[in-house]
Design a protein around this ligand. Structure first.
Ligand code: HEC
Length: 124
């Protein structure tokens, strides 16, 4: 549980870093080291499905990492359509822009707690 919380804080740190980078670094909440650690944690876990650039999947073969490189269990979770919701960009902001960080973290937790979902990448 503590590790999951650390992972989520790292993911949020990475997300904030991406946002600040897009806003010409006008404000900083996390250090560059914390953002790097968050990026690495993200790429090993959530990023496998939501892609390295946080834009989600539409089933396009150019998406990275390639869908076919994921474990069978992850591919099954994603399903034949290859759709994974974005965690950044216009659609994400339309859906989540007016919600609180706590609501977003509660939504992450739903995926992580899904009994059919075997989370990978925690201990690497
Ligand atoms: C095995 C693939 C997979 C992994 C790993 C994964 N997700 Fe997802 N996630 C999905 C899929 C597929 C959806 C869309 C379907 C659904 O709503 O369940 C989704 C939906 C979401 C949503 C809802 C987006 C919206 O607009 O409704 C959020 C937020 C989210 N994931 C965050 C995360 C975070 C954070 C992590 C890592 C801690 C993570 N996910 C790991 C596959 C994954």
């Amino acid at each position: 549980m503590i590790f999951r919380t650390i992972l989520l804080v790292g993911v949020v740190a990475f997300g904030c870093f991406v946002l600040t980078a897009q806003q010409a670094a006008s404000f900083r909440i996390f250090t560059a080291e914390q953002a790097d650690a968050g990026r690495l944690a993200y790429e090993r876990t959530c990023g496998k499905c939501h892609t390295n650039k946080l834009i989600g999947r539409k089933g396009d073969t150019s998406e990275l990492p390639p869908l076919t490189s994921l474990s069978a269990s992850y591919q099954e979770f994603i399903g034949p359509r290859g759709f994974v919701a974005p965690l950044a960009g216009k659609v994400f902001l339309e859906r989540w822009g007016n919600k609180t960080a706590a609501q977003l973290i509660a939504r992450f937790q739903e995926t992580v707690d899904d009994p059919y979902f075997k989370f990978e990448g925690f201990r690497q």
